[in-house]
Design a protein around this ligand. Sequence first.
Ligand code: KPL
Length: 305
Amino acid sequence: MPTAAVVGGGSLGMLLAGRLAASGCDTELWTRTSEQAARINSEGLTVESETGQAVIRAEVKAVPINEAAFFKNGPILLALKQTALTPDFLERFARIVPDDATVALFQNGIGHVEKLQLALPGRNLVVAITTEAAQRIDSVTVRHTGRGETRLGNVTEDSGGHDQDLEDLLKQAGFSVSLSKQVREAMLRKLLINAVINPLTAILRVKNGELTQSPERLHLMKALFLETYEILTPHGLGDEAELWNHVLQVCDATKANRSSMLQDVSLHKETEIESINGQICRLASEQGKPAPWNTAVTTLVKAVD
Ligand code: KPL
């Protein structure tokens, strides 16, 4: 039986673990709290459809992260937010990840790959860029609020690895997955989308689809988009008009969603603003460019999170 470990009992971690387990993969879910692990172990993990019906009730073996043991049986899917990748966590994580392990990195934003390369030298790190949308309903229930796509690619082009195995596992679990040689570009595209949609939905407290529903909001989106595009384009991005349309399409395809940043500010949780717009401000300063829109949204989100 294939085996995998998913790290993180948030919305994405629960979605991945629930679907993997239901597809016949022996799945461990490493959670932050022992309460969540205990509930999942006694009640199972439920994945609801967009409309709130329970579609999957999966048996997942949940383990509190600080009790997780050396895991040598399959890929490890790291579904924690960047804010959770603290030095303490990375130090402990490195001790339970074998030298030949494949670790898939599902984080939003940029900056985490370099951190994980340092923390996990020699491991096969696979970047996973996903547009799957999920919302945590409670500690044992997650709602799959939007179907997306997941692109997998090696951090370094010359590294070998088991991307095919990971791809097969995720496909078997019902995800739409492709292998990508241009994973850095996919990462920048996702960064651009998150940099525009996430802070504005969090500040304005609106769903993704509501952003495009008024000329004032569209104006804010466009200004933030143009500044971010300018800053990211030297790092390798495609055509401006195509990307703007893509941002609008994502708003439409996920119109009923509350972005992950809006979910975080609503729950008074630390947001990913530093790894998204904060990183864009950093790139701008390296280029000697001003980034007033990114600076403003970073400051505003920090003020409300
Ligand atoms: O990735 C997302 C997020 O909320 O973090 C989007 C694509 C904006 C979907 O909600």
